[in-house]
Every structure is written in C-alpha cells, then in structure tokens.
Design a protein around this ligand. Structure first.
Ligand SMILES: C[S@@+](CC[C@H](N)C(=O)[O-])C[C@H]1O[C@@H](n2cnc3c(N)ncnc32)[C@H](O)[C@@H]1O
Length: 247
C-alpha cells in the first residue's frame, strides 16, 4: 500500500513544476547576497536548493519529511552537487546546528511556514533563521494569501491533474476552532475506481500582519511585500503573500 506521503514526494514536481519567476527572484537575491551561503527551509524535493547550488551558492536545505529529503538527495546527486541536506524540524534549534551566522540568504517557499502551527513554533522558526543570517542577509517567505481566506469556513482549490502519474491532486482548507485550519490533501486516480490517498495537516493561516510581526520580533526588517512571484504589489486579493525581509 502506498502512503499519501510516498506518492506525494514522487509527484510533487509534476504537480508544481518549477516556475521561472521563482527562480528569477531567487537568482537576483543570491547574486546580491552578502555571503555565498543559502539556507532553504522546508526544501521539499530540493528544487530551490539545486537551483541556488548551480548558481554557486553553498546551500543547506532542511525538511521534516524523510521521503522529501530522499528525493532532494537523489536530485542533488544527479546534478553532481554537494548540498547540506538535513532531516529536521524547522522550529527546533538542533536542525540549524553548526550553521553559525554565515548565511547570506534564506528562503521558506511553497506555503511551508504555515506548518509552524503549534504555539510558539512560528516565532522559534523565524528566530532560528534570523540567527543564521549575516548582517544584511535576506529571508524570502511565500505563503498562500490567507488575508484572502480570512472569513471563509472552507475553501477548495481547483483540482490539479497530473497526467504523467494518472492522478488528480485536490486540496481544501477547513477552518477549525482556535484559528487553525485543517489542510486536506488528496491524490485520486484520474481513471476513477483506484485508491484515494489522503492526508490532513494542521496549519496556521498566516496573514501578512502575522508574518511581518514575527519577522520584526526576530530583529528583521521587512523590505518588500509582493502578491506573487512576478513581484506585483501585495493586495488582499493577490494569490500569494511573498515577503522579503533582511537582518
Ligand atoms: C508544499 S512543500 C514545499 C516544498 C518547497 N519549499 C517548495 O517550494 O517546493 C512543504 C514542505 O514543508 C515540509 N515541512 C512541513 N513541516 C515542516 C517542519 N516542521 N520542518 C521542516 N519542514 C517541514 C514538508 O515536509 C514539505 O516538504
């Protein structure tokens, strides 16, 4: 029996193909970084880590899911790159062991910071990342624009077909007590009749204000707020919340 996590780590890059606008932004930030080291938090299959390593950065990338780290390790090997890939929880200090204060740029993309949902986890995670940055080092965060979902009891995203795997990916938010959301994920066979793999995660719907106050509490200054990776200005209706902060 395949678990949702196994299937998801295999099809993640087919569901969310790497986007040129993300790479353009990361590339610009890497080129301007005050130190040639990058930290990618919740790296998933390693796409950003690999892109940045190819660009000449020394990259550390962390993820909680061993299957994602395995995908990232394989991809780095295929590309002939040496990347410091770490299995660990972004909210725990052990995960950042030995990094010192030498990182020139950090990222947490793909709506991942929302998994710091338990009380204090967001503040701890951002604090650990800030502590790794040299002065002037940047931190790029992207989450779904939760200001947009603020009043909805539930929201289903349009399904994403994954023809190469014969699957359909579905995601839905459900508002729970206490301000957290249940994030329901499903992979269905597109032919029907096959098994449906499911997972539910608790997430914290981070508004722009939540994110900015956590960044500022960790001693960072917010430099930019965009509504997407094409760097359009943020608004409550924009699809994403993309924030660039610096130490
Ligand atoms: C939607 S994926 C995004 C992956 C990647 N950042 C990207 O943009 O393609 C979310 C990732 O967050 C990771 N994650 C969730 N909770 C985490 C935690 N507490 N610490 C580190 N990684 C975590 C998951 O394992 C998953 O790989």
């Amino acid at each position: 029996v395949t678990s949702f996590e196994t299937a998801f780590s295999r099809v993640y890059d087919a569901i969310f193909p790497p986007r040129p606008s993300v790479q353009a932004l990361l590339g610009d930030l890497a080129d301007r970084a005050p130190a040639p080291r990058w930290l990618d938090v919740a790296c998933g299959t390693g796409r950003h880590a690999i892109f940045l390593a190819l660009r000449g950065m020394r990259v550390t990338a962390i993820d909680l899911d061993p299957l994602m780290i395995r995908q990232a390790r394989r991809a780095a090997q295929r590309a002939g790159l040496s990347i410091d890939l770490r299995l660990g929880d972004m909210s725990r200090s052990e995960t950042y062991r030995g990094l010192g204060r030498r990182i020139g740029g950090a990222s947490c993309l793909g709506n991942s910071l929302v998994y710091a949902a338990a009380p204090g986890d967001l503040e701890r995670t951002i604090g650990h990342i800030a502590a790794c940055l040299v002065d002037g080092g940047c931190f790029l965060v992207q989450v779904v624009n939760f200001d947009h979902f603020a009043d909805r009891p539930s929201y289903a995203f349009p399904p994403i077909p994954v023809p190469s795997a014969g699957l359909i990916f579905r995601r839905r938010y459900e508002r729970l007590e206490g301000g957290v959301l249940a994030f329901h994920l499903e992979l269905d066979s597109d032919a029907g009749g096959g098994e449906t793999l499911k997972a539910t995660h608790l997430i914290r719907p981070l508004t722009l204000a939540d994110l900015e106050s956590a960044l500022e509490a960790a001693g960072m200054t917010v430099r930019e707020r965009w509504g997407d990776f094409d760097r359009r200005p943020w608004s409550a209706e924009a699809p994403a919340t993309v924030v660039l902060a610096a130490r």
